[in-house]
Design a protein around this ligand. Structure first.
Ligand SMILES: Nc1ncnc2c1ncn2[C@@H]1O[C@H](COP(=O)(O)OP(=O)(O)O)[C@@H](O)[C@H]1O
Ligand SMILES: CC(=O)N[C@@H](CCC(=O)OP(=O)(O)O)C(=O)O
Length: 259
């Protein structure tokens, strides 16, 4: 299927995505693209864990997921996070269907490093046909990054940036957008509009890119390695579009592609 655009909505933005953001999704769809949404929910998971007095820690940007933490992750990601997006899409005349990676065996995973990270998963399979069928009905899939183990029994917590990258590669999407709470990759408060993979690695090394931006750019790099050619980090605070153009940071594999 041509012109699929995978849009990852960060948990930092889900509750405050602007009306203009949803209108721009409508414009993108009207222009013939098929949006597929993958969402996060880190801040809402943090809040629920805190309310329940369950401790959680991060290891290289990934939440160490004990079975107690997994129950909360599953509840938050597949509950209010998905529902907020679906409700708002429907409000903007965009038919949408919320699902986890369990539905239709969409995502299969194995433990990434059980000893240190518990039930954090690494995606091993994406059921692309399941998504193609939904997309062909004109419906936007809204996916929470939970996956079943190969045995079908265990449940894994996948970083939403990583899940979006794997889904974009599997669907051979023409674009992958990471929607977050900043306009893109910033250096000294200025937006970097174009960056190659070596530029990004240097920005991590010199401490310009830190925290939640690290899994995002790493997922961008993995998806470029997986064959994607167009990966961007953009803000959800306003419209994604400035006329014909998407606004944000575009990451390219190498210099020739950038200019
Ligand atoms: N160089 C950078 N440019 C922009 N944001 C950065 C940079 N380095 C770190 N960040 C942080 O990354 C955050 C976005 O990641 P994250 O909080 O995980 O968002 P999301 O929930 O949308 O995935 C920004 O709000 C910012 O605090
Ligand atoms: C393994 C892992 O860290 N999973 C993430 C899943 C949610 C996520 O990625 O949400 P954001 O996109 O808002 O960061 C977590 O538990 O927070």
């Amino acid at each position: 299927m041509k012109d699929i655009i995978v849009i990852k909505c960060g948990g930092s933005m889900i509750s405050s995505l602007s009306d203009d953001f949803y209108k721009s999704i409508k414009t993108i769809k009207d222009r013939g693209f098929h949006p597929v949404i993958v969402h996060g929910g880190g801040p809402a998971i943090d809040q629920m864990l805190e309310e329940l007095e369950i401790k959680s820690e991060f290891n290289n940007g990934l939440r160490k997921t004990t079975s107690e933490v997994m129950d909360v992750v599953e509840m938050v990601l597949s509950g209010s996070m998905t529902n907020k997006l679906v409700r708002n899409l429907e409000k903007h005349q965009l038919p949408a269907l919320g699902m986890t990676g369990f539905d239709g065996s969409l995502l299969k995973a194995k433990a990434k490093d059980f000893e240190n990270l518990g039930f954090v998963g690494e995606i091993t399979e994406v059921n692309s046909d399941f998504l193609f069928n939904i997309i062909s009905m004109g419906v936007i899939p809204v996916i929470s990054p939970l996956a079943a183990g190969i045995d079908g029994a265990s449940c894994y917590n996948i970083n939403a940036d990583t899940a979006a990258g794997s889904i974009a590669v599997a669907l051979k999407a023409s674009k992958l957008l990471f929607v977050t709470d900043v306009p893109g990759v910033l250096k000294e408060k200025n937006l970097i509009e174009n960056a190659t993979v070596p530029d990004i690695l240097n920005l991590i090394d010199d401490g310009t890119i830190t925290g939640g931006m690290v899994p995002k750019v790493m997922a961008a790099i993995d998806s470029l390695d997986g064959g994607m050619s167009n990966v961007m980090i953009v803000s959800g605070k306003n419209s994604l579009l400035n006329g014909e153009k998407l606004i944000g940071t575009t990451i390219y594999k190498e210099l020739e592609a950038a200019y």
